[in-house]
Design a protein around this ligand. Structure first.
Ligand code: G6P
Length: 370
């Protein structure tokens, strides 16, 4: 079993470390460097398929749902088209409004999640066009959608999803760039495409560097009973994902919140024993100053702060108990960097608490029945 895990103690850790390779595979054959373009036409995603599409409806469960939330920020910002995101078990039992001008996008690592599959079938009945983002080739959801974009993360064994998430997010980044070309004839700047190509190697360096830092941090905080995760904009879904990872595998109660919404509830929980993980980034247009003042609010109530911020964000350093630096990158790439220390933090804390990391209690890798 240890050979299967490639020398790692758990599949989860192996899969966290596989992310640079996984995202490299996601890009493979989809980038035309000479033209500075993304190309999904081989996979059936072309002008003809997109004809008349005016809005998107993204549906998924669990971690895949968080990738959908990231996609909403990306697509609305870059394409100026409306995006709805919903949890599959909600979508399927109400009256979602969608028609032939809607592109339904189902996201599913396994391609077998019962609620996501039922949502897809409902969307088809309503006349929407359908696309899926799946990891498992030939899975039911992949087979039943008109177009499938595979994430190519390789098999994910750990119940807690890691590399499937980062490749889903990257697929959406590529999707957004591609649609910008197709719909508006706009190519990304050469600089951004170059940064995209460098992402795997940059991420690899970052994982190795940040892991030891996270280990030390976990030693200090693993006995916490509650934790709060805050972020804004494209880092808000990452706060949700960080909290989900921690509660899934360490059984610590964790909540992810939009930083600005904190004062409408979670601020009441803040005290010396409740750490708040705050995600912020400079120079990327995601209201850094506002998140900083949220951090100050936590501080003034004696809440410990673990901050994840882009390099050189000194203001945060001053008020944080723990401080993790994330490389300054383009807006689109932020989620892929920020999620990694949160995955590692959940992993290290769960290990210290003696939890069964790869098979957390009560959870299944794939929820194929309701
Ligand atoms: C389960 C797994 C999660 C996963 C979710 C959705 O809850 O434990 O890791 O995110 O199902 O799965 P899917 O295969 O549809 O992405």
């Amino acid at each position: 079993a240890s050979a299967e895990k490639g020398g790692f103690d758990h599949f989860m850790l192996k899969e966290i470390y596989e992310q640079p390779e996984a995202i490299k595979n996601t890009m493979l054959g989809r980038i035309d460097l000479d033209k500075n373009q993304i190309d999904f036409s081989q996979e059936g995603l072309d002008q003809k398929f997109l004809e008349g599409i005016q809005r998107f409806y993204i549906v998924a469960c669990g971690t895949s749902y968080h990738a959908g939330l990231v996609a909403k920020y990306l697509i609305e910002r870059e394409l100026g088209l409306p995006v709805e995101v919903d949890i599959a078990s909600e979508f399927r039992y109400r009256n979602p409004i969608l028609d032939e001008k809607t592109l339904f996008i189902g996201i599913s690592q396994s391609g077998e999640t019962a609620d996501t599959l039922a949502s897809l079938r409902l969307a088809k009945e309503k006349g929407a066009k359908t696309l899926s983002i799946c990891n498992v080739v030939g899975s039911t959801i992949a087979r039943e959608t008109e177009v499938v974009l595979y994430t190519k993360a390789g098999p994910e064994i750990s119940v807690a999803s890691t590399k499937a998430f980062s490749t889903q997010v990257l697929t959406f980044v590529l999707f957004t760039f591609y649609l910008k070309q197709l719909l508006f004839g706009e190519n990304e700047k050469k600089q951004k495409i170059e940064a995209l190509i460098k992402l795997p190697s940059q991420l690899k360096i970052f994982i190795e560097k940040v892991h030891s830092k996270v280990k030390t941090l976990a030693q200090k905080w693993y006995q916490a009973q509650n934790a709060l995760y805050l972020g804004r904009n494209i880092l808000y879904p990452i706060a949700l994902e960080g909290a989900l990872k921690l509660k899934e595998i360490s059984y610590i109660h964790a909540e992810g919140y939009a930083a600005g919404e904190m004062k409408h509830g979670p601020i009441a929980l803040i005290e010396e024993k409740v750490p708040t993980v705050i995600l912020a980034a400079k120079e990327t247009g995601i209201v850094y100053e506002k998140t900083l003042s949220n951090a100050e609010e936590v501080r003034s109530r004696r809440g410990p702060i673990i901050s994840l911020v882009t390099e050189g964000a000194k203001e945060f350093q001053k008020i944080s108990d723990e401080y993790i630096e994330v490389p300054l990158t383009f807006y689109e790439f932020l989620p892929i960097f920020y999620v990694v220390p949160l995955q590692l933090l959940a992993y290290e804390i769960a290990t210290l608490r003696g939890c069964d990391v790869d098979k957390p209690r009560n959870l299944a890798k794939s929820v194929t029945v309701e």
